[in-house]
Design a protein. Sequence first.
Length: 232
Amino acid sequence: MARVIFKTTPKTEQVVVESVEGVSFLKPGECLSKTSFAEVRKRLDKEGIDFQLAVDVKIEAPPGQEPDYLFALGIMYAEGKGVPQDDVEAVRNLQKAADYGHPVAQRNVGVAYLFGRGVRKDPKIALAWLRRAADQGNPDAQVDLSAIYALGDPLPKDLVQAHMWLSVAARQGDPETERKLRAVEAHMSATQITEAKRLASDWKPTAKVAPADVHSGFSVHSSRWWEFWKKH
């Protein structure tokens, strides 16, 4: 089983490879800069290689990379990758990234507040963050909103809005969107469908379209859409 254990050297703010099993591109004793460690972490995660990092590590983000660094750290805690799983610490870091305007972090903060993961459950705050992410073009947040409108929880049921957000997400290639659109349309009038398509056509992102991140962190729309299938 491939595995890597890192430790830190606080005085130099470097990360040292303490032990390696089954990984050819790292060697015991190798020192990594903050930027190099971030790239190595991405590779390990992509290849499904287990790794551990001391919980008390406090490494400042490289200048200009604060949002991405905070987001990555938040996802590490949310998924228990390299550190013990901790929803509170996950949301703390994701919130900081979200404040920078990071759309995927905003989406995760919204889901955290929607279900009370690491924070007090608050639908109003949840919807505000999901809408910010959706408005920036994040497809996960758009599908989240569509599920919320389709179910009518915690917002009043609105199939026009559900259809609109699904149509917007469909532009970015969500493979399940068409199936969901057909399910919603089965409960809509022709007039409602026309209005939903008009709203989707008029919609424009407030920032550069932000694709869904491979690290999903907290999840909402899969379970919410399953509830919709059961009810209809």
